[in-house]
Write a protein that binds this ligand. Structure first.
Ligand code: ATP
Ligand code: MG
Length: 571
């Protein structure tokens, strides 16, 4: 590849629309261009990165015994009705009609189609286990597409689906996929963490997310400093405090709190700690009002609440609904006398006397003892884990970090096989539902995640295995011996199976260095007049370190060897 012939529209200025570094750098390096909100063109060098990520993922899936197929992006609505998701998927599912007025959608995921295929083609236990995967374009009409290809509407995903005779063999298929994922992310040279994830209404701790650690990640992770427990904050369990809960400390009494809406205002006004105030939040769970209580200095965990209520949809009630449900305005809700289901965080039971809203303007109740005054409340783990909490497994300290979800593994059980009637005949001729698992990797998101982890003031620092090219060959003169020597090295690199970019543009050396750094090319070989006189080429790594002088005769072979040792792939 010659720089002068490839479409590499690098930009000097940072585009205003980009918020995170990976998005900025992908635009500046000319890897992607936006077509529409959340919809991107992949330019030649960007596509090379994407293809390299895809190849590693494919190789690890193949190695694990999964079989590649390709399913359609356009799917009939009727199949989605069978699984119940036509109604339940929500607005991320882009629906439309064909010329015959039949319903269709753009696939956000492929459980329906793969289960349909398997119910037709698999008959007997002898056909199982089976693991089928594809690397294919998904469409999700995300409410807030952002960060470029990180949260796009159209994106590339690897999705695999396992089919087994029972839970035990399904667990083994799950284990094999986890191992394949670890191998893939290691080869991609990413710093990652595997965390327990919420598995929604299906239950069990059978869902794991693979997180690339980055400060800009949308997900928060809690991990134990002593054992290997790690969980998405959505899922991180908070153990109940130790010891006996205290008995009532005071009589409950109404106190005036004029204008004090927030926990801080109420605490300041009543001269108590925020921890002695309980927040009562009113939600609608599938349209039915419920109350959730957490200590004033804590955050409610809506995923935990949603799972407790079993609701498909949970939303905070609007102020008008709060007024109707509690009889009081926002900021003054409380559990006493509230005739709706109440969930109270377990920690509140250790507070003795609490301040809660009185369900009327400018009033609170003090001295509230939950067991005495709100006996109907359901005691549960309802809050977000926070610094200082013990690990739910070993009691050790928890550390908090942020991550980008690049993979998700999930045991589905028989949810889809039962809905769609995917069954097999066992050795006794009995019909049984097939037990499934599903496993996603965000192939295009990985490109952005890798850049979030690898960058500096000069641009991208790609890990060798996924760099658009492994080596940049920079002649400082585009005529005469420098160019001829550079070209020879460039050709030798390709012949040795290492992809290289020859910067044949008649530009100042500084510009060439800058572009190569911006693009994140891991190795640079520089051919200049001074080196030529001594029979040497300059060799430099993007990630830092000393410039080395290589003998011209051996330069190509040496650089090729080092690139391959660093995991270089050539497309
Ligand atoms: P998220 O919580 O980030 O929305 P998800 O749980 O909806 O992810 P899955 O349905 O598990 O995602 O999809 C599998 C993988 O596809 C995710 O782990 C992620 O890497 C990737 N992915 C999901 N949504 C997007 C998106 N909008 N843009 C790019 N990649 C995505
Ligand atoms: Mg999502």
């Amino acid at each position: 590849m010659r720089f002068s012939q490839v479409l590499i529209p690098t930009l000097k200025e940072t585009p205003a629309e980009a918020e995170v570094i990976s998005h900025k750098l992908m635009l500046r390096a000319g890897l992607i261009r936006k077509l529409s909100s959340g919809i991107y063109n992949w330019l030649p060098l960007g596509l090379r990165v994407l293809r390299k990520v895809e190849r590693i993922v494919r190789q690890e899936m193949d190695r694990a015994g999964a079989q590649e197929l390709l399913m359609p992006a356009v799917q009939p609505g009727d199949l989605w009705r069978e699984s119940g998701r036509w109604e339940h998927y929500g607005r991320e599912l882009l629906r439309f009609k064909d010329r015959h007025d039949h319903d269709y959608c753009l696939a956000p995921t492929h459980e329906e189609v793969i289960t349909d295929l398997v119910r037709r083609e698999v008959r007997s236990y002898r056909d199982l286990p089976l693991n089928l995967y594809q690397i294919q374009t998904k469409f999700r009409d995300e409410i807030r597409p952002r960060f470029g290809v990180m949260r796009a509407r159209e994106f590339l995903m690897k999705d695999a689906y396992s089919f087994d005779v029972d839970e035990e063999t399904s667990a083994e298929s799950y284990r094999i996929m986890q191992k394949a994922y670890r191998a893939a992310f290691q080869r991609l040279a990413l710093k990652f963490s595997v965390v327990e994830a919420d598995s929604g209404s299906i239950g069990g701790s059978f869902s794991h997310e693979f997180m690339v650690l980055a400060e800009t990640g949308e997900d928060a992770i809690a991990s134990c400093e002593s054992c290997d427990y790690a969980a998405n904050l959505e899922k991180a369990e908070v153990p109940a405090p130790q010891g006996q809960t205290p008995g009532p400390a005071q009589e409950k009494a109404q106190v005036a709190t004029p204008g004090a809406h927030t926990v801080e205002e109420v605490a300041r006004f009543l001269k108590v700690a925020p921890a002695a105030v309980a927040k009562t939040l009113i939600y609608l769970a599938d349209g039915q009002p419920v109350a959730a209580m957490v200590r004033g200095d804590r955050e409610a965990n809506e995923i935990k609440l949603k799972n407790l209520t079993g609701a498909a949809e949970l939303v905070l009630a609007a102020p008008s609904a709060i007024q109707e449900i509690t009889g009081g305005p926002v900021g003054f809700s409380g559990p006493v006398g509230l005739a709706i289901p109440i969930y109270a965080d377990q920690e509140l039971y250790y507070s003795g006397a609490l301040v809660v809203g009185a369900n009327q303007a400018d009033a609170h109740l003090s001295g509230v003892h939950l067991e005495r005054d709100v006996p109907q409340a359901k005691r549960a783990d309802l809050r977000q884990a926070a610094p200082g909490d013990p690990c739910p497994r070993c009691g050790g300290g928890l550390a908090f970090a942020r991550g980008i979800e690049v993979g998700h593994t999930f045991r589905l059980g028989t949810k889809y096989s039962q809905a769609l009637g995917a069954a097999y005949l066992d050795a006794e001729g009995q019909s049984k539902p097939i037990v499934m698992g599903c496993y996603g990797i965000g192939v295009s998101r990985i490109v952005a995640a890798a850049i979030e982890q690898g960058n500096d003031a000069d641009g991208i620092i790609f890990p060798m295995p996924i760099a658009p090219v492994s080596v940049a060959v920079l002649p400082l003169d585009v005529e005469g011996q420098a160019m001829e020597t550079a070209q020879a090295i460039y050709e030798d690199l390709w012949a040795a199976g290492v992809d290289a970019l020859l910067d044949d543009r008649d530009l100042r050396p500084g510009v060439k260095f800058k572009d190569s750094d911006l693009l994140g090319v891991p190795f640079k070989v520089v051919i200049g007049k001074k080196g030529l006189k001594e029979g040497k080429a300059e060799f430099k790594r993007r990630a830092g370190g000393q410039t080395e002088m290589l003998d011209l005769k051996e330069a190509a072979a040496l650089v090729a060897k080092m690139a391959k040792e660093a995991g270089a792939q050539s497309l």
